[in-house]
Design a protein around this ligand. Sequence first.
Ligand code: SF4
Ligand code: SF4
Length: 60
Amino acid sequence: MPQPKIDEKKCTNCGTCVEVCPMGVFEKGEKTAKVAKPSECIGCRACEVQCPEEAIKVED
Ligand code: SF4
Ligand code: SF4
């Protein structure tokens, strides 16, 4: 099961991952994005590629 992990030290809460994830895995939080629905991840890596802070790693 692929799982996205957010490095909260790098995340600026920009919302890009919320917009690009086709499965709605992320939601905006107070200070950083959150992985709200980890079981929905299909491992496409759009989030990892498009996060401007390189704050997301998708683990297999
Ligand atoms: S795209 Fe990256 S920096 Fe932006 S909210 Fe998501 S994890 Fe944070
Ligand atoms: S790998 Fe794809 S499905 Fe999984 S969280 Fe990132 S954008 Fe969403």
